[in-house]
Design a protein around this ligand. Structure first.
Ligand code: PLP
Length: 397
């Protein structure tokens, strides 16, 4: 009979699917729901970037390119790493792909076998565990707490390492908490990893520029001696509001980049030639728009935090980066929620769609139940109105 591959049994439907289905049901009935669940900036891609793409089309740069990216793009990526991170890579240590997502997935696919383990900190970006499971390997989830700033501690990391550990994933600024590791914190984690020669480090730096004052550090900058074991991943999705362009990049040891090149050459080939031209413009020009974006985002973050402060039994740690607030709702569920018949964060997210017409993502999706992730990447007045509605719904009269 017709059937799917066994590996499909290793990936589940995301807990967000129920919420998305709820949103669609309301939209079918013509009821507008504000989506605070989406992980993308509402800002337009900067004009100079869009113009570079239009010019590339006019120049007929619409054909296959080198699988790992054009020479111009690789040069722009090299320049970016040198300028922003004091990292020096040669062209064959760099690969561009259709989003950071493709780099991460292919890195796991190229290195993991059944029985291997990958350490990720919860709350985690939803895609890590399923990407890992698809390769046959197992995610090893280490929980973090708001009190620890939602950050992995050296002790917890040391306890999670086994002879089967192949990767440790570090995402800073992090999705869904906005937590940022300091250079000292990264150094302490790398100190734990370094004596285990079989362990690679995935530095997911996709939210690098979206910080509200904290400095940025990336693992390779701190431990250049681990050069053969660190894959640094970044992209223009979040830095330049270019999620739909699908352009990410990675830099790491030659043997790994060569493997990613092979996987890409036999699957999707090069990322879109037009998106590559746009990314060259994005990476080469100073981000003059960034200051104003960050001011807007910081103001929105405060709108969300003020809203949470006004709801009894809810709380959130002030995020240092990205554009998410991770709100604790377990106390609310145990009190107000109970009288309303709401038991879990998934119940609450679903209920907020009905009563406040706002979609959020339940913390269970990130491996941390009892929370909701609120993305503040929507127009400020729309966000303000949605927060008013959430507060009104959650505050017992
Ligand atoms: N890593 C993290 C932590 C993310 O949140 C995302 C996007 O949501 C990605 C990677 C993927 O980014 P891209 O659009 O470049 O594939």
């Amino acid at each position: 009979a017709l059937h799917l591959a066994k590996r499909m049994g290793r990936v589940g439907t995301s807990p967000t699917a129920a919420v998305s289905e709820r949103v669609r049901a309301f939209q079918r009935d013509g009821i507008e729901i504000t989506n605070l669940g989406e992980g993308e900036l509402d800002f337009a891609t900067p004009d100079h970037v869009a113009d570079a793409a239009k010019q590339a089309i006019d120049r007929h740069e619409t054909k296959y390119t080198a699988v790992a990216g054009t020479a111009a793009l690789k040069e722009a990526i090299r320049t970016k790493f040198r300028r922003d991170n004091e990292l020096d890579f040669s062209a064959d240590e760099i690969i561009a792909a259709s989003g950071a997502k493709q780099i991460i997935f292919n890195a796991f696919l190229a290195t993991l076998d059944a029985g291997d383990q990958v350490i990720i900190a919860a709350p985690y970006w939803v895609s890590y565990p399923d990407m890992i499971r698809l390769t046959g390997a197992d995610p090893v989830v280490v929980s973090t707490t708001a009190d620890q700033g939602w950050k992995l501690t050296p002790d917890a990391l040391a306890k999670a390492i086994t002879p089967h550990t192949r990767w440790v994933v570090l995402n800073s600024p992090g999705n869904p908490t906005g937590a940022i590791y300091t250079a000292a914190e990264l150094a302490a984690l790398l100190e734990v990893i370094s004596p285990h020669p079989q362990i690679l480090v995935l530095a997911d730096d996709i939210y690098e520029p979206l910080r509200y004052g904290m400095p940025f550090a990336t693992p390779l900058q701190i431990r250049p001696d681990l050069r053969d074991r660190i894959l640094t991943v970044n992209g223009v999705s979040k830095s330049h509001a270019m999620t739909g362009w699908r352009l990410g990049y990675g830099a790491g040891p030659r043997w790994l980049i060569a493997a990613l090149d092979i996987l890409q050459s036999q699957s999707t080939s090069n990322p879109s030639s037009i998106s590559q031209a746009a990314a060259v413009a994005a990476l080469n020009a100073p981000p003059i728009f960034l200051q104003s974006w960050l001011e807007t985002l910081a103001a929105r973050r405060d709108i969300v935090l003020d809203m949470i402060a006004g709801i009894p039994s809810c709380s959130a740690r002030r995020p240092d980066g990205a554009f998410y607030v991770f709100m604790a709702v377990s106390k609310w569920l145990a009190t107000t929620g109970q009288t309303l018949g709401l038991k879990t964060d998934v119940d609450m997210a679903s209920w907020l769609i009905e009563t406040a017409r706002v979609a959020t993502v339940p913390g269970s999706a990130f491996g941390t139940p009892g929370h909701l992730r609120i993305a503040y990447a929507v127009e400020t007045q729309v966000l303000r109105d949605s927060c008013e509605r959430i507060k009104a719904a959650c505050t017992p009269r």
